[in-house]
Design a protein around this ligand. Sequence first.
Ligand code: SF4
Length: 280
Amino acid sequence: MREIKYDAIVEAVADMCQRANYDLGADVVQAFRQALRSEVSETGRDVLSQLMENAQIAARERVPMCQDTGVAVFLVEVGQDCRIVGGSLYDAINDGVRKGYREGYLRSSIVGHPLERVNTGDNAPAVTHVELVPGDKLTIHFSAKGGGSENMSALKMLKPSDGVEGVKAFVLETARNAGPNACPPMVVGVGIGGTFEKAAYLAKKSLFRPIGERSPRPEIAVLEEELVEMCNKLGIGPQGMGGRTTVLDVKIEIYPCHIASLPVAVNINCHASRHKEAVL
Ligand code: SF4
């Protein structure tokens, strides 16, 4: 059984929190460049250029690219042949978030009680999802998830007879409702199938996949591309100023479901699609 030290997790998490907020991923930068070439609106192109310049300043000056430095969301793949020594996985992740956000001067955006609403002051606790996988590695995927775009997400329990057309209509309706509030161009994560909570998890999980990487399932890859095209006809454009770049991508994850159900969740991400990965 391979051992992974608590402190190694803390350091890896702290580092990811800072890098994600300072260095926009290569996939997002590439998507901006591509959008700049295909955007027909002059205002849209101007906004895209400003978003790129903003990302360059953040990387150069080691400052966050957005004032909303996000809720810390983790997807951790725990190899069943490894064990964590020195403390619990959840504590290590929360300690890493505290260290990363404090030392990186990143905004604390978490309230300790959803109704009493007092800021915890250190951006902890994180939202951590764990999957048990074969092997002896610990793979940590991190996303700094903006509140504005998260708020525009939605879930619907469709009827099986609604089928793929019902799914498309719901994704489009959610993207349209998000409009400028989600700081477009957006990345749209879609979870189809499973149960109520599984669909929401799948939608979140899909956002960890890099922009431009299609689903390995051919029929789902086609649906992703079709939805990108449909969303980009909504006319919302960069920062809601009009144009054809409303989304940078649509990602879909699916799971088997009950004969009576067709759950669909849409998790919206903003243009500041910040995610990093560490393997221990
Ligand atoms: S939605 Fe994204 S870009 Fe907009 S304020 Fe929040 S983190 Fe920043």
